[in-house]
Design a protein around this ligand. Sequence first.
Ligand SMILES: Nc1ncnc2c1ncn2[C@@H]1O[C@H](COP(=O)(O)OP(=O)(O)OP(=O)(O)O)[C@@H](O)[C@H]1O
Ligand SMILES: Cc1ncc(COP(=O)(O)O)c(N)n1
Length: 268
Amino acid sequence: MSQVACALTIAGTDPSGGAGIQADLKTFQELKSYGMSVITSVVAQNTTGVGAIHHVPLDIIKEQLDSVLSDMPIDAFKTGMIANIDMMKLIAEKITSIQKPYIMDPVMVATSGDALIEEKARDYLRENLLPLTTLVTPNLSEAAFLIEEKITNIDEMKQAAVKIVDDLGAGAVLIKGGHLEGEATDVLYDGDSFHSFTVKRIPTKNTHGTGCTYSAAITAYLSQGMTLYQAVEKAKHFVTAAIKYSFPLGSGNGPTNHFALREEETVK
Ligand SMILES: Nc1ncnc2c1ncn2[C@@H]1O[C@H](COP(=O)(O)OP(=O)(O)OP(=O)(O)O)[C@@H](O)[C@H]1O
Ligand SMILES: Cc1ncc(COP(=O)(O)O)c(N)n1
């Protein structure tokens, strides 16, 4: 590692600051990794939903990747929104040279329900990008899409986890249970053993960007050399605090609070 741990995100944007690249960079900064970003799509969105999407031209995505990869150290990286097959092909080709932990947030729809990737790109993602991952972090509906079966409880989350790693070829999987009833339980499976991470559900509608923030926190901690288990454990703590201290900003689902660890310090 260089003087500072370096983390890269390859994803779409959120001008309202709660999700996408903006959430990733805030999280990297807050957790003390040096943050870098390659933008795939410029998304006009806020807490209420998505207005419009401009896909960055492929040659400019390539130039961004080349600029970072040819000059900067990378200790871990993540992908978020990758809207279509052409972008996925390019990114798959470029990231194979990185040889560092790769965390994929298989973003498909925003909290608001708006689609963020083309339907036919989902199969490409499963078949071509998933096998390159160190960790994939689907929510319940993304995991259900990956295995083509419904998931309605923790046992089914575990069965899905085994399929995603053993059959589909992910390095490891963290299935997020934020959309289940009751406690917020996530299941980590690394091909060997299971770990569950459970917190009491926080009563809030301000969950815009939780998935992005969580996977960015895991990426930051992995960039600092932690084991997968340690990184997920600490990231779960971070995202839970970010939800607990979330901001009631905007008129839809407000953003999580990336200063949350500082809030915890002040109430100690
Ligand atoms: N109300 C809540 N209280 C506590 N933890 C929560 C709550 N909602 C979600 N989580 C946790 O937040 C993390 C993100 O999970 P979630 O399943 O919501 O992912 P996501 O669907 O990708 O995110 P988003 O809801 O932003 O689209 C997980 O650790 C989940 O358990
Ligand atoms: C550019 C971009 N990427 C991802 C999400 C998903 O956000 P969430 O974490 O709320 O599901 C989003 N709304 N916008």
